[in-house]
Design a protein around this ligand. Structure first.
Ligand code: URA
Length: 445
């Protein structure tokens, strides 16, 4: 029977499932620009409202993964492991985890993206380093992966191009936060990038796409199922994003914090996060037999300085100024720094983490319009965490800004994102659970 777009839209609108042939036909049509945006948008809204079952979600993901180039890195790396974060505030995990894992002997070739909304992007952070480039040909990507086991590149337009088209339409049709569409979008890019094993860091909380643990868990389970059905090994961690990760928010400030962490000095919550993600990557690549053994390897990679050396090598190979890695005070610095203090005595009860992310964006650390230039030097460092007790006037954050006016606005935004309590408040956990290869791990607080 001839497949048609109106029929596909009507089926989904009425809550029926789409066949693999219909999904393949739709994704091919979108990729080749043959389906008008109004029909694609109508189907996206029908999927948003009616959902997709596991088989449909897997078929959609595989069709999107196959819509462009599919990398095969096995000629340079016998087993390819990748990670993905669903995005958060202060999330500079890739900068630390990639060199840690590479220093344990597991090659990591990763494609990363830019900031989205209030969450930062790895490429924006790395571009704080003068001269560093993410723009590598496939041949250079492979050469570097073979030679130093570590490469960090930008996502090419030829990888899962259907996702680029669908994402742009979702962004303007109120259909971004659909679970099967997010899962297919993320996993199609990971599958096309050639990973044998993937660690997913799914964030939950006020600074994340998924505001609740339950929603994050459902997204994580869906992505694990897709990976398993596509023959890949996948572990999903559900991690907290009800406060920024580490202390620094803003590009150069985050690079400096990542370097500090590789040197064994970073914030404890951030190190514990990196240790968990890196050890899961080591476990998936079968370099360790137990969680403890994997953690030992990761700690040794940091303590011996091997991970820091890997990061330095990667920066050098990609044209970056290594002196800024060796002396992070040479990274871009904002002309002005201003302290924010506690307005009253009390316990820090909660943070609106997305509002904190937006405070950094408004300072210039992120984009408010597509393609806008960003200021790598600005942002803030906030060493306080939920549950801490402060006296009135004790420091909460240090803002790094271009002007006094911008610093003042950031101060107001930061203070209004924080809630205080007279009663003691429990600190937040780092992780809420793990989902492995289709079966549940621990979950819950
Ligand atoms: N990240 C993606 O790549 N796609 C989504 O849909 C959401 C987050």
């Amino acid at each position: 029977m001839k497949i048609g777009m109106v029929d596909i839209i009507e089926r989904k609108r009425d809550g029926q499932t789409l066949s693999k042939e219909q999904i393949d036909w739709f994704v091919r049509g979108v990729t080749q620009g043959e389906i008008p945006d109004y029909q694609t948008a109508a189907l996206l809204m029908a999927i948003y409202l009616q959902g997709m079952d596991r088989r449909e979600t897997v078929d959609l993901t595989l069709a999107m993964a196959g819509s462009g180039d599919e990398l095969d890195l096995h000629d340079v790396a016998p087993f390819v492991v990748d990670k993905h974060s669903s995005g958060g505030v202060g999330d500079k995990t890739t900068l630390v985890v990639q060199p840690l894992v590479a220093a344990c002997g597991v090659p990591v070739g990763k494609m990363s993206g830019r900031g989205l909304g209030s969450s930062g992007g790895t490429l924006d952070k790395m571009e704080s380093i003068a001269g560093w480039s993410h723009d590598l040909s496939l041949q250079r990507f492979k050469e570097q992966l073979a030679e130093i086991g570590l490469v960090l590149a930008g996502q090419t337009a030829d990888l899962a191009p259907a996702d680029g088209k669908l994402y742009a339409l979702r962004d303007v049709t109120g259909t971004v936060s659909s679970l099967p569409l997010i899962a297919a979008s993320i996993m199609s890019k990971k599958l096309a990038a050639g990973a044998d094993a993937i660690v997913l860091d799914v964030k939950s909380g006020s600074g994340a796409f998924m505001p609740t643990k339950e929603a994050a868990r459902e997204l994580a389970q869906t992505m694990v199922d897709i990976g398993v059905d596509a023959g890949r090994k996948v572990t999903a961690l559900i991690s907290d994003m009800n406060q920024p990760l580490g202390h620094a928010v803003g590009n150069a400030l985050e690079v400096a914090e990542a370097i500090e962490t590789l040197r064994g000095e970073g914030p404890p919550d951030f190190w514990s996060h990196c240790l968990q993600v890196a050890s899961q990557m080591i476990l998936l690549s079968k370099r360790a037999r137990s969680d403890e053994e994997a953690r030992e390897q990761v700690r040794a990679a940091r303590d011996s300085g091997r991970a820091f050396d890997k990061f330095r090598q990667m920066v050098a190979r990609q044209g970056g100024d290594v002196s800024q890695v060796e002396e992070p005070q040479r990274l871009p610095q904002a002309p002005l720094s201003q302290q924010v203090v506690a307005p009253e005595e009390g316990y820090l009860a909660s943070m609106n983490t997305s509002a904190l992310g937006w405070a950094a964006v408004h300072l210039g650390a992120g984009r408010q319009t597509k393609g806008e230039a960003i200021d790598h030097a600005v942002g803030f460092v906030m060493p306080v965490k939920v549950g801490v007790h402060l006296q009135q006037g004790e420091p909460v954050a240090t803002i790094h800004a271009r002007s006094g006016e911008e610093a003042l606005q950031a101060e107001q935004e930061i203070l209004s994102a924080l809630r205080w309590s007279r009663e003691p408040v429990e600190s937040l956990p780092h992780f809420y659970g793990t989902i492995q290869g289709g079966q549940d791990g621990s979950f819950g607080r």
